[in-house]
Design a protein around this ligand. Structure first.
Ligand SMILES: *Cc1c(COP(=O)(O)O)cnc(C)c1O
Length: 511
């Protein structure tokens, strides 16, 4: 590509230059995705690279596109955080649907703002939103839009919930804010609820004194009786509940809150139900979880992350709100008397997304979601989700069979939490401090490049945590994880006990 002249204008590239740079980029994408599974799951960024490459000042003079791509190839592509590798099982991260990579490039080429208007991107987003309404069982009259992720979905939805709750308490929150209101606004979560809801509630004016932590049962599901009692207590005290936040697939263990019972309680008390389906909602496509997730249809608002179990390249979150008028009331800056049902055949198009959410200029996120769903179809998603559930079941079984490992049960969805307890060193006294051991074990495994679980704390104890989302992970990949955990765990336990560290290989052959 050395012959390619430096285009002098940012947008006005000759078609040949676009092709040349584009083909090279495609080659880089292909090589990246092909080589990823063969390399280490993770390798830290060398400090020298951070110092020398990622600390330079903004250049005065531009460079040839070939030079820019060379730098990306040499300094950026070799240091991902593991996601996309078949032995990566950290957090809730998936590999990208390849078609989504290209759809994102095409969306960037069009570069529309999807604030609104009568252009294709707006209609594609409405189609995608419509698909999810149908999937989750919300009525066609519900409103929704794509956002950056579950956090933005939570903020957007809870902003509507606050608006509605305040209205019922006689407060127009858009006029008075939450200053000087006679009532205290409250919200209801469990200790397992994702932290993004706390952030959202804090931004909306509710602090930890107003956020009620509802206890969970032995399976870490929100306890409906405790929720009911808290709502009774607060309503008697003159508080105004803003929302109950239930999770279908908690981020720690995948626990699914008892939706039907929670929806009943919310209906009884007239309280908004927000369901966090960021991770777990797509599981409603498979028989095993369809019934547990069906009451999602009763939610007032839902967040789902297509960038997790649906393989859409990050960022792609979705928020749905049953009451479209309330969503518009909470965000629109157009006075009610000027609001229209849109101008479907003219320039304006349907009612603008910007009237229903936080953003004005909005990216064409919908194209990558649309393309991934068009390409995979419901059947493709069902197969991928079933496969990853099978991986999780296999991992849970392997852990049950390993005497020195302890499984957190019940497992749920595609998350498996387990910890190293050593041969008979678990139980009562715990001569080896197991939390510290498992934290060290997690770090060591991550640095090994062989596997990449993360960790979580369940009922005060540290567990390794694997969230299986990769459709190309195999049972062998799972076996390698278990093998690495047993070997490394034994080595760390022996080192801690002051005994001779046994060799790292050969002594536990469970592959
Ligand atoms: C990831 C996640 C979130 C937060 O969503 P982001 O896309 O990271 O903003 C919320 N809840 C659950 C259960 C999640 O897994």
């Amino acid at each position: 590509m050395a012959d390619l002249a430096l285009p002098s204008h940012p947008t006005d590239w000759p078609a040949d230059a676009i092709r040349q740079v584009g083909y090279r980029t495609v080659d880089m994408i292909a090589a990246y995705l092909q080589e990823l599974p063969e390399g280490p799951v993770f390798r830290p960024v060398p400090p020298a690279l951070v110092r020398d490459a990622f600390s330079t000042l903004m250049p005065e003079d531009g460079a040839d596109p070939a030079a820019v791509l060379d730098t990306i190839a040499a300094q950026i592509l070799p240091y991902p955080f593991g996601n996309g590798h078949p032995r990566f099982s950290g957090w809730v991260r998936s590999p990208p649907a390849v078609i989504g990579i290209f759809a994102d490039a095409l969306a960037a080429a069009m570069n529309p703002s999807v604030a609104g208007g009568n252009h294709a991107a707006v209609h594609v987003e409405h189609q995608v939103v419509g698909w999810f309404k149908e999937l989750l069982g919300l009525p066609p009259t519900a409103a929704g839009q794509l956002v950056s992720g579950g956090s933005a979905a939570a903020l957007t939805a809870l902003g509507v919930a606050r608006h509605v709750a305040a209205q019922r308490a006689g407060v127009d929150v858009r006029v008075a804010g939450l200053q000087h209101t006679a009532t205290t606004f409250t919200a209801y979560v469990s200790p397992e609820t994702h932290g993004c809801h706390r952030k959202a509630l804090e931004l909306l004016g509710l602090g930890s004194e107003q956020i009620r932590q509802i206890d969970t049962d032995a399976a870490l599901r929100m306890a409906p009786a405790d929720l009911d009692a808290a709502l009774v207590r607060d309503q008697r005290a003159g508080c105004t509940p803003v929302a109950v936040i239930a999770s279908v697939g908690s981020v720690s263990t995948g626990a699914i809150d008892p939706l039907e019972a929670i929806a009943d309680i919310c209906a009884h008390h007239g309280v908004w139900l927000h369901v966090d389906g960021a991770y777990g909602a797509p599981a409603m496509l498979v028989d095993e979880y369809a019934a547990a997730l069906a009451p999602l249809a009763r939610a007032d608002s839902v967040g789902v992350d297509p960038h997790k179990w649906m393989y859409v390249p990050i960022e792609a979150g979705l928020v749905l709100v049953r009451d479209a008028a309330a969503m518009r009331d909470a965000y629109s800056l157009v006075p009610p008397y000027l609001r229209t049902d849109g101008d479907p055949d003219g320039v304006g198009g349907p009612p603008w997304f910007s009237e229903f959410g936080l953003q004005q200029t909005r990216g064409f996120r919908a194209l990558k979601v649309w393309a991934a769903i068009m390409h995979l179809g419901v059947a493709g998603y069902r197969a991928a989700i079933e496969h990853t559930l099978g991986l999780a079941a296999h991992l849970a079984n392997r852990v049950r069979q390993a005497p020195e490992l302890e499984l957190w049960e019940p497992t749920s969805l595609s998350i498996v939490c387990f910890r190293y307890v050593g041969d008979g060193i678990g139980g009562g006294e715990e001569p080896v401090p197991l939390d510290a051991l498992n934290r060290a074990l997690c770090t060591e495994l991550q640095l090994s490049g062989e596997v990449f679980p993360t960790s979580t704390v369940v009922r005060g104890r540290t567990y390794l945590r694997s969230c299986l989302l990769h459709p190309a992970s195999t049972m062998d990949d799972i076996d390698r994880l278990v093998h690495a955990v047993r070997l490394t765990g034994r080595r760390l336990a022996q080192a801690h006990a002051g005994g001779p560290a046994r060799p790292y290989a050969d002594d536990v052959n469970d592959r």
